[in-house]
Design a protein. Structure first.
Length: 328
């Protein structure tokens, strides 16, 4: 009898321990982990990803965790759609996503399953827009883009800014008249300081860390465009206020392009809903931390050429957000 009692006691003890351990692991099991891929470490967009990850974790009380991954840029972000699973979020300009879906530009030649995966891309919410920075060594403050003729210029590899810089050089008669440096854009500040290059081009929200770093090393000059030149690019006119960067006292007129946080249809609707809802609930707190979030509004969704994810759409409809029909 005593042996039977002890045996029962041990069974009850084991069951209670299993119950306690099960309860203890419930929060871990309920946690949703999402890969967030944006840009190179040290850039403004990588910093934004870190800020966003903290905001999402706080806003969801730890239920949603964004794991920020370094990236070579938007082209790589989109290409990884072909191999990533459902809980994958990335940033890119809408025009580049449209190229992927159409199999054009950097995505020419993708067919079959690759094209189908690109077609599954869906929008979630905007992030701060890309602002083009043409950074030259010198203390002139601002200069025309023609000043880059004959210069050694770093535009980076596989990034959106590299494609845009090449397009601008062609538009303004500089194609073949600048020497392009073959290196990562992260080498820009140091290469400029060492005299290995004369200029570099980066696309990021202002104030961008690598331009601030460069201005702390050497005097810099930023290219400023005329309104006619901006109209030629087809991009949005953007003014960087004077005083944003050391040594640049006057406003700089340049261009910007919207950037959207995307996922794919493989993400479940509840996750997309919670992520989108938490982002907008935390946007004001993000803007208090960094000024570049102040410009993010739902109106930027109009620039998308893709549909919203159904989970994100559910949030916008609940919030009464006015949306263009083409994103529904």
């Amino acid at each position: 009898m005593r042996a039977r009692f002890c045996s029962r006691y041990r069974v009850v003890g084991v069951l209670m321990m299993a119950l306690v351990l099960g309860v203890a692991t419930l929060p871990l099991q309920a946690q949703t982990r999402i890969t967030y891929k944006s840009a190179l470490e040290g850039t403004a967009y990588y910093q934004m990803g870190s800020e966003l990850a903290r905001a999402i974790r706080v806003g969801s009380e730890g239920d949603v965790v964004l794991a920020t991954e370094e990236s070579q840029g938007s082209v790589q972000n989109i290409q990884e759609v072909m191999t990533r699973e459902g809980r994958y979020v990335f940033t890119a300009p809408p025009a580049l996503v449209a190229d992927a879906m159409a199999g054009e530009g950097a995505f020419a030649g993708h067919a079959g399953n690759g094209h189908e995966r690109f077609a599954s891309i869906r929008g979630l919410f905007p992030v701060p827009s890309l602002t083009m920075h043409f950074v030259m060594v010198g203390d002139s403050g601002t200069a025309a883009i023609e000043a880059l003729e004959g210069k050694h210029v770093l535009i980076g590899r596989g990034t959106f800014s590299a494609g845009e810089a090449a397009r601008y050089f062609q538009l303004f008669g500089l194609d073949g008249k600048v020497q392009l440096a073959d290196a990562s854009i992260t080498n820009g500040p140091e290469a400029l300081r060492e005299g290995l290059i004369d200029a570099f081009v980066t696309a990021s929200s202002f104030p961008t860390p690598n331009v601030i770093e460069t201005a702390s090393l050497v005097p810099i000059t930023l290219v400023s465009f005329t309104d006619e030149q901006i109209a030629q690019t087809g991009a949005v006119r953007q003014v960087i206020p004077g005083g944003t960067y050391p040594g640049i006292a006057h406003p700089v007129t340049t261009t910007s392009l919207p950037v959207i946080a995307y996922t794919t249809e493989q993400m479940d609707a509840d996750t997309a809903y919670q992520l989108t809802k938490t982002f907008w609930e935390q946007r004001a707190a993000l803007a208090e931390q960094s000024a570049w979030w102040e410009s993010v509004t739902p109106e930027l969704l109009a620039h998308m050429d893709t549909l919203l994810h159904p989970g994100a759409l559910r949030y916008y409809d609940e919030a009464g957000t006015v949306l263009p029909e083409h994103v529904r």
